[in-house]
Every structure is written in C-alpha cells, then in structure tokens.
Design a protein around this ligand. Sequence first.
Ligand code: HPA
Length: 283
Amino acid sequence: MEENIPDPSTQLARVEEAVAAIRRITDLIPRVGVILGTGLGQLAQKIDVQDRIPYESLPHFPVSTVESHQGELLLGTLRGAPVVCMRGRMHVYEGYSAREVTFPIRVMKDLGIGNLLISTACGGMNPDYRRGELMLLADHINLQGVNPLVGPNVDTWGPRFPDMSEPYDVELRQHALQVSKANSIQLHEGVYVSVLGPNLETKAEYRFLRKIGADVVGMSTTPEVTVARHMDLRVMAIGVITDECFPDTLQPVTIEEVLEAAAIAEPNLTTIMSDVVGVLSEA
Ligand code: HPA
C-alpha cells in the first residue's frame, strides 16, 4: 500500500495518545503481550480480565476487518502475570501498511511489556507436519515485500539496522518445549515464511517456499516480530497448522476448514501459552 510515512515525532505522539487513552481506562501495567491469531481466541477465556477496550475506541488504532477476528484489547492477569492481549490482529492484506499493522506493538511496549507471545494460523509445508499440530517458530523469512521499519527511524524505539540473528527468544522457546513435553503435546520447531496474501499459494509457490527453507507459510507475524525486535522485546511465536500444503496432493481449502483445524489445536496452544506466561510470572 502507498503510505505517507509520518515523521518520527508524529509517530511517537500517536503512540503516546493511544497509551494515554488506555491509561484513562486501566491502571494495569502489563508485563506480557499476547497476540491471538485467526480462530485462536480461547486463551482469552483464561485471562482474569480487568478491562476490555475495543480497538475502534482508541486513537490511531487500526481495526481488524477479518470476520474471524475480534478487535479488542484485554487487560488482566493470566497465571498471576499482568497481560495485555490483542484479541484479533490486523494484516497487511486488509489494506493497512505494515507500520499501521504494528502500531499496537509500539503501544503495548509503551504500556510496559517486555515479552510478546504470538499465535498464528499457518499452512504446513513440511511433510512431517499434520493439520491441527503446532509449530514453534525458530526463525522466519519475510516475503511480504513490505517492512514496518521502512522510513525515517524512530531512534527512541530502536536502531536503524536492528539485528535479526535470533528473533525468537531462546529461553522462551525452551520454556515452550518444556511445557509441551510436560503436557504430552507435540510441538514442532521450524521456519515460518510470511507472504502478503490474501489468496492461498499455488502449487508452484508451495514448492518454491519449501525449497527456500520454510516449514510453514502464513500471512502475518513477521511485521509484529520485526517491530518487537526493533524495540528489543523478547518474542515467542507458535503456528497452528490449519491446512496441509503439499503440492503433489493439494486440495482446495476453505476458511471453515481453517477455523475447524484451529479449534482442534486450540486447547494445546492455550496450555502452552498460558504455562509459558506462568513461567514468566515466576521469573
Ligand atoms: N497459506 C496457506 N495456508 C494457510 C495460510 C497461508 O498463508 N494461512 C493459513 N493456512
């Protein structure tokens, strides 16, 4: 999308305005941010919610236009940890710029978070993966063709050339693997490639994406992770495999099937995410 990039002082002021609006509603200082992806709202029910804030009531907040996403911030506690949860996320394919999509990450950081936990629906390309299973992101490839950090750098947020040698925090990944083992949940570890969407990929595209080293493909996550790392947040992300993208046996996929698979995987995802938050609250 064409975007008039606001100057750094305007960008900072917009985040401050959104934070001030939230501060008028809640006194909770969140330490962990959570983003819930397509069909993955169950974790929200585990949160002892203190305040609910619809995105549309906040200045400068983009509003999710995807039917399967609700658009609200939840502030409360999960396993004793103060959290802010994005129930519903925005995507670049909706027509927002990558910067707009990641505005809430800047806001959550200003509210107080040091960790960001992300869930995301994705298509499985690794032949060992099955629909309904989970994959911990170990690394990613951004093929969206856009980057939320393009434009003048806001130096108070982070460096011009942020490091991406380890976007997904090693310690958080270890926690996730430990809690999945303790709960007998299979958790793959692999590489996520982001594409722009909104169409699913052709067989030739799946072959290409697999060949360049990706295990799963999705239409989100890399903008949020890029911005979170820009601000040195610790990041963990789990992909829910909602469909199998094997080029030789590819079947058409409907959004209903994606949501159905998300629902199958959700209890396991919820267990891992809430247990990791529990570990963080003890730290
Ligand atoms: N591509 C293919 N399948 C998917 C995707 C995607 O981006 N997201 C969820 N399932």
